[in-house]
Write a new protein. Structure first.
Length: 173
């Protein structure tokens, strides 16, 4: 309890900590970095994570894989939405049970579609699957998702090789 007080004595939102169980707080208190701790508190509140889900997210280093992690504040309102920067991780981890030596883009896409639920959970909260090989103008994107919390489409172009300038042009188009 003393550690809880010392960690959040800056007038921290104790009311929001009321949404977390003591086991959530116990695991979050062991995190020394304030931004990292705030990130996991926000995840617990927004996604209503169980203790085991929180432990899995901490073990998978979800915070470390964020592209943007300058200053993360604890959300003041449960209805507050997160930004796309709060969600996108790099790299996105895809666990395969198969022992694959050489992976093609087609096989990767098929694996993602076969385990779409796990992939959507890895992406974050609010993502829905729209389609595969979805036609956008003259071109097709590999995967198209929609995030209903952010009200925007997410285009995913799968590449298993080094990124080339032509790929960036294709994605920008």
């Amino acid at each position: 309890m003393r550690q809880l007080y010392l960690t959040f004595q800056k007038g921290a939102p104790f009311m929001l900590l009321g949404h977390l169980s003591w086991t959530h707080c116990k695991h979050i208190l062991s995190i020394k970095d304030e931004n990292k701790r705030n990130y996991y508190i926000n995840l617990c509140i927004k996604q209503n994570l169980t203790k085991r889900q929180l432990i899995d997210k901490i073990k998978s280093n979800e915070y470390e894989r964020l592209e943007y992690k300058n200053k993360i504040e604890i959300i003041n309102d449960i209805n507050e939405t997160l930004t796309i920067k709060d969600m996108i991780k790099n790299p996105i981890i895809i666990n395969t049970s198969k022992n694959i030596d050489k992976l093609s883009e087609k096989a990767l896409k098929q694996f993602i579609l076969d385990s779409i639920e796990k992939f959507l959970l890895e992406l974050g909260v609010g993502f829905t699957y729209v389609g595969s090989e979805y036609k956008l103008g003259r071109y097709r994107c590999d995967l198209l998702f929609f995030n209903y919390e952010l009200n925007l489409f997410i285009v995913i172009e799968l590449k298993i090789r080094e990124l080339r300038p032509a790929d960036i042009g294709q994605i920008n188009y």
